[in-house]
Design a protein around this ligand. Structure first.
Ligand code: GDP
Length: 316
C-alpha cells in the first residue's frame, strides 16, 4: 500500500486521466499531491524535469501525461505524437530513477497491440505483429514507455509498473470534433444537431469497427489499485472486457442526446483497427473489475459536458 502522506506527482493532471487520478487520490486521503502546468514545466525537457524532481522529491509518480488525440489527430500529426510522447516518457522515467522514486505507474494505451491481434487482446500480444497505421507513431512511443519501465526494473530494480487502458471517456474529455476521440466527438455532434434542429448526424467510417469504452474514473481507481497492490514487470490491461460497434455506440449517444436523429456514415473516413477489446483477466485475477456501465457513464459525461459548456470551460 502506498503511504497516503508521502509526496505524489501526477504528471498530466489537467488531462482526462490526470484530473480523474487527482480526484481519486484526494478522495483516498493523499495529503501531499504535487502537480505542475505545462507553462511552468516542459516535460519533454530532461534538464527542466530533473530540476523539478530535485526540488519536489516525489516518492510516487503517476505518469499519465502525453500528447493524445483521436484517429484524425493521430494520423495527421504522427511526428508530434511520436516525439512528444517518447520524450515525456523518457524524461520522467529517468528523473524518477535518478531521484529514487519508490514507485511509478506508467500509462500506456491499447493501441500498442498489433492491428490484427487475436481478440480479446492479451498482454502477450505485444510486439507479435504489425501496428495499426493510423496511430503507429503514438503506439511506438507507448511501447517504448512500457519497455522503459521494464528495463529500469530489470537493470536498476526500480518499482516501475505499466497499465494499458482501453479507449477512455468521461468528465474532462476533449470535445474537439477533429482532434478528439469518437465518444466525445459524437456527443458534441448530436448535441449541436439537436440545438440546431438538424435531422441527421454524421458518423465517421462504416460503423462496423468495434471498440471497448472505459469510464475514466474506473481507470483512476484501477491505477491506484495497481499502485497499492501490484509490483510486477509485465504490463496490465485495464478495460471492461466488453465491446460494441461504433454504430451501436452512436445509437446509444443518439438515444441520450438527440433521439430523433438519423445516422449518416461517412465512409471516406477511416475505421482504424477493425476491433479492439482487451482481455482483462490478469487484472481481474488481481482483484479489480470495472464498475461503471456504458449507459451510466454516458449520462455522467453528458451532464458534465452540459455544465462545462454553460461555464464556458469545454476543451475544444
Ligand atoms: P481509435 O480507437 O484510435 O481508432 O480512436 P477514435 O476514438 O478516434 O476512433 C474510434 C472509431 O470511431 C474509428 O473507427 C472512427 O472511424 C470512429 N468514429 C466515428 N465517428 C467519429 C468521430 O466523430 N470522431 C472520431 N475520432 N472517431 C469517429
Amino acid at each position: 500500500m502506498l503511504d497516503r502522506s508521502a509526496p505524489v506527482f501526477v504528471a498530466g493532471h489537467r488531462g482526462l486521466v490526470g484530473s480523474s487520478v487527482l480526484r481519486r487520490l484526494q478522495v483516498e486521503g493523499f495529503s501531499d499531491l504535487r502537480t505542475v502546468g505545462r507553462e511552468d514545466l516542459d516535460l519533454r525537457d530532461q534538464s527542466a524535469v530533473d530540476a523539478w524532481f530535485d526540488a519536489e522529491r516525489p516518492r510516487y509518480v503517476f505518469l499519465v501525461a502525453g500528447t493524445v488525440g483521436g484517429i484524425h489527430a493521430n494520423s495527421t500529426r504522427p511526428a508530434e505524437f511520436l516525439y512528444d510522447n517518447l520524450m515525456i516518457h523518457g524524461t520522467v522515467v529517468q528523473a524518477a530513477h535518478r531521484t529514487s522514486v519508490d514507485k511509478l505507474l506508467y500509462l500506456g494505451s491499447s493501441c500498442i497491440y498489433p492491428r490484427l491481434a487475436d481478440q480479446p487482446i492479451t498482454e502477450e500480444a505485444l510486439l507479435s505483429g504489425p501496428l495499426e497505421p493510423t496511430n503507429e507513431g503514438y503506439a511506438l512511443a507507448k511501447i517504448a514507455g512500457i519497455k522503459l519501465c521494464e528495463t529500469y526494473r530489470r537493470q536498476y530494480g526500480d518499482d516501475f509498473i505499466s497499465a494499458m487502458p482501453t479507449n477512455l471517456y468521461g468528465p474532462g474529455d476533449n470535445f474537439d470534433l477533429e482532434g478528439g476521440h469518437v465518444l466525445p466527438a459524437l456527443m458534441r455532434r448530436f448535441h449541436e444537431a439537436s440545438e440546431a434542429g438538424d435531422a441527421s448526424v454524421t458518423v465517421w467510417g462504416t460503423g462496423s469497427a468495434r471498440r471497448e469504452f472505459l469510464h475514466v474514473d474506473d481507470l483512476a481507481d484501477a491505477c491506484l489499485f495497481l499502485m497499492d497492490h501490484y509490483s510486477g514487470a509485465g504490463h496490465v490491461n485495464v478495460g471492461t472486457g466488453v465491446d460494441l460497434t461504433i454504430r451501436e455506440l452512436a445509437e446509444a449517444v443518439r438515444d441520450l442526446v438527440h433521439p430523433s436523429a438519423e445516422l449518416i456514415f461517412d465512409t471516406t473516413k477511416p475505421d482504424g483497427m477493425p476491433r479492439k477489446v482487451l482481455d482483462v483477466s490478469r487484472l481481474s485475477d488481481l482483484g479489480w473489475t470495472a464498475s461503471t456501465s456504458l449507459v451510466d457513464g454516458l449520462v455522467d459525461t453528458y451532464r458534465w459536458f452540459l455544465d462545462a459548456a454553460e461555464r464556458g470551460e469545454l476543451r475544444l
